[in-house]
Design a protein around this ligand. Structure first.
Ligand SMILES: Cc1ncc(COP(=O)(O)O)c(C=O)c1O
Length: 401
């Protein structure tokens, strides 16, 4: 075969997508899989949002099936502007905002926009799977800074400072976080702004879960005037409105960054999914969004509590903290993994094959995630969450016997 580019070998597969493939195959064979692995909520899109979308598509078939401007429909950009004012009390101008094909495209285009070859991108270890790969695709180098459970998975400012070099171009992190569920503390967020000012580096904040908070509150970087010049925020409609398959997100940031993202987007996706943009306009009506958030948060919080309780009850040797946000409980399973003599990756693969419970191995999120397991709590109702954790206990007990 003719040679592929060297980049193909340098980019890693996403363990989460690989697990999804495995789950899909097992389901095709008729197995009932307890889905504690992907960030796919089990709630469907809100009925009212869907009705609006269908009506609008019927009413204006041409618009609904056409390209939109690369930046996005004016109506959705204005709705986002208003949403950021209502929920975040921040003012974002239209030239500081661009629509993307989910946060995934936003993250990749940001990497291409701010990173040059051999630049360094500081990311937390563990962190979301796409961050290091985006850096690699951009020709840059991901630099990993440990976060750990003893520090509540808060970024350690001194440790970050130790990793800054003349090549450091940006720090990228999520709040609330995937896989750890931690919310950035205000003092830590402010210290990150100090670093970005002192060293003149970008802060890229992944706000995918900014509305999925069960305790505490989101730190809006753009509320700090001094942060706006160097902070780029990535967002998505995949999580709070559960529109994962619609593939829609947005980025706000300094206008030069947004203009560059728009330029690249002309060649990556040209424009984003039009029906998704129409649906987003309705979702972003403040009263609609408040209603949906109230409903969603009630369900997710209860599932989060059930997951935490079940892990404490059935897997008492797992070390974990109750996640304050997002969709995941991240547990250090070292004690069990030693007993069953499996790595976290082997555990994940055998568990889904033998007990039909899907989880994600912690090492998929970085070296420091080794020996951990990420459990998603939004993909199943409480009874199946409990059943899944019980099956994991059974799996471990059988392996020890
Ligand atoms: C932190 C974080 N960022 C980005 C994404 C990508 O989301 P999407 O491309 O669906 O918007 C995810 C998905 O799980 C995520 O957890």
């Amino acid at each position: 075969m003719r040679k592929l580019s060297s980049l193909v070998d340098r980019v890693r597969h996403s363990a989460i997508r690989e697990m999804l493939k495995e789950v899909a195959e097992l389901r095709l064979k008729g197995y009932d899989i307890i889905q504690l692995s992907t960030g796919q909520p089990s709630l469907p899109i809100d009925e009212e949002v869907l009705e609006y979308l269908i009506e609008e598509m019927r009413r204006n078939r041409l618009l609904a099936s056409s390209y939109t401007p690369t930046k996005g429909l004016r109506s959705v950009l204005e709705a986002i502007q208003n949403d950021l004012k209502v929920f975040g009390n921040i003012d974002v101008a239209l030239n500081e905002l661009v629509i993307t094909e989910g946060a995934t495209e936003g993250l990749l285009l940001i990497a291409l926009t701010i990173l040059d070859r051999d630049d360094e991108l500081i990311i937390m270890d563990p962190s979301y799977v796409s961050y290091p790969q985006d850096a690699v695709i951009a020709g840059a180098k991901p630099v990993f800074v440990e976060e750990n459970i003893e520090e509540g998975f808060q970024p350690n400012i001194n440790r970050i400072l130790e990793h800054i070099t003349p090549k450091t171009k940006a720090i990228l992190l999520a709040t609330p976080d995937n896989p750890t569920g931690r919310i950035l503390r205000k003092d830590v967020a402010k210290a990150l702004i100090d670093i970005s000012e002192d060293h003149d580096i970008w802060l890229v904040i992944d706000e995918a879960y900014k509305h999925l908070i069960y305790e505490g509150e989101h730190f809006w970087f753009w509320r700090e005037d001094r942060a706006r010049e160097r902070t780029i925020c990535v967002n998505t409609f995949s999580k709070d409105p559960a529109m994962t398959g619609f593939r829609l997100g947005y980025v706000y940031g300094p206008k030069e960054v947004i203009a560059a993202i728009e330029k690249f987007k002309q060649y990556s996706t040209l424009s984003s999914n039009t029906p998704a943009q129409i649906a987003a306009v309705y979702y972003l009506k403040p009263e609609v969004k408040k209603r949906i958030l109230e409903y969603t948060l009630r369900i997710y919080k209860s599932r989060r509590d059930k997951m935490y309780e079940a892990v404490k009850q059935y897997l008492p040797e797992a070390v974990t903290i109750k996640p304050e946000g997002a969709m995941y409980l991240f547990a250090n399973m070292k004690n069990y993994l030693r007993k069953v003599n499996l790595s976290d990756q082997e555990f994940m693969v055998k568990l889904v094959k033998e007990k039909h419970v899907a989880v994600v191995a912690g090492s998929s999120f970085g070296e420091k995630g080794k020996d951990h397991i990420r459990f998603t709590f939004v993909g199943e109702p409480e009874d199946r969450i409990e059943k899944g954790i019980k099956l994991i206990k059974e799996f471990i007990d059988e392996k020890i016997d």
